[in-house]
Design a protein around this ligand. Structure first.
Ligand SMILES: Nc1ncnc2c1ncn2[C@@H]1O[C@H](COP(=O)(O)OP(=O)(O)OP(=O)(O)O)[C@@H](O)[C@H]1O
Ligand SMILES: [Mg+2]
Ligand SMILES: [Zn+2]
Length: 321
């Protein structure tokens, strides 16, 4: 039976003398509750043994340079092919990378747009979301913004004195809370849910005002600032690493309202070829974009067009359309 990887008596980690046949030329999914031994079977037994066999084919000099895997435990494994372990991982992990930038398709598109889009808005660099001239000014070209989720930050059932603001230094005893409780702007024992609309607005969103009735403890020259702009300015924009955990809890990532996730500013989006902007192009599938590019007939940019067609077709050929 060459059509199966045949495993007998696997005992790696927690595996209890497991024997099974895994069909080749098919996709097999291994499922089960956490800790049941999926990784022990797939990675620690099959992949590890395959790697061990492969490593044996190299000279001992090379072998000592290769990564070492713990010894899998089993009686026999037959028909084991060379394994390839694929992990799902973002390329480079940089928020500024996309398939378009990594494959260079985006730079070809920029070149194309700078040459034949109307109106003419500038050269290739202007179309880049990594360039200050091209990026959306709200999200700085990331396409998304981090916003404070009020329900995570404020416990509306509590008053300021009871610790309604669930963030370090804004809790009772924390010095930032005194910027609210000593402002005289609020009844510090009133539950937030009982605040009037204008009180709530003042507590959350005020971008800077003189407090009306501050207590003696209020620093005289100090300006009152609402909680949201305060946390945004002092923690979110500063990327305060001391409070990363607490920030992640109260922040949620949303599509940027300025560019609707397209990363580029209005000027870039105004320049079009056959009614499509560069932002429209990147939302198309590879197949759609290929069709769009093939319909452009402009002898001036033939080299760019052919380059794009070649790159897009190769993505399509490997099944990434
Ligand atoms: N290197 C190891 N040495 C000893 N025990 C291990 C090792 N790796 C895993 N185990 C143990 O083997 C058992 C199965 O773990 P395994 O990682 O294979 O489970 P899993 O099914 O892949 O779980 P998950 O769904 O969480 O990934 C667990 O009890 C685990 O603690
Ligand atoms: Mg696992
Ligand atoms: Zn934006």
């Amino acid at each position: 039976m060459n059509n199966f990887i045949s495993i007998k008596g696997a005992k790696t980690n927690n595996l209890k003398n497991l024997s099974l046949d895994i069909p080749k030329q098919q996709i097999t999914v291994v499922t089960g509750v956490s800790g049941s031994g999926k990784s022990s079977l797939v990675f620690d037994t099959l992949a590890a043994e395959s790697q061990r066999l492969l490593n044996e084919t190299y000279s001992s000099y090379i072998q000592q340079l290769l990564p070492h895997y713990p010894q899998p435990v089993f009686d026999t494994i037959e028909n084991l092919p060379v394994s390839i372990v694929i992990n799902q991982k973002k390329i480079g992990g940089n928020a500024r990378s996309t398939v378009g930038t990594v494959t260079d398709i985006y730079s070809s598109l920029r070149l194309l747009f700078s040459r034949i889009a109307t109106p003419f808005i500038g050269y290739s660099m202007v179309y880049s979301f990594n360039n200050p001239q091209g990026m959306c000014p709200i999200c700085n070209g990331l396409g998304e913004t981090k916003q404070i989720n009020l329900n995570q930050l404020i416990d509306f059932n509590k008053s300021l004195n009871e610790g309604a603001i669930d963030f370090p230094t804004f809790q009772p005893g924390g010095w930032r809370l005194t910027r609210y409780t000593e402002s005289g702007n609020f009844d510090n024992d009133k539950k937030i849910q009982d605040y009037s609309q204008s009180e709530l607005e003042l507590l959350l969103h005020d971008i800077g005002s003189a407090p009306k009735n501050p207590t003696k403890k209020w620093p005289k020259t100090s300006t009152y600032i609402g909680i949201i702009p305060r946390i945004t300015k002092n923690f979110v924009e500063k990327d305060e690493t001391k409070y990363t955990k607490q920030l992640n809890r109260i922040l949620e990532v949303r599509e940027c309202s300025g560019c609707h996730g397209t990363r580029v500013n209005e000027i870039v989006r105004s320049a079009k070829i056959d009614g499509k902007s560069i932002a429209d192009c990147v939302t198309m599938s590879i197949t759609e974009l290929l069709l769009f590019i093939k319909h452009i007939h402009s002898p001036n940019v033939e080299i760019v067009l052919n380059d794009l067609i070649k790159k897009l077709e190769s993505l399509q050929n490997v099944g990434l359309s």
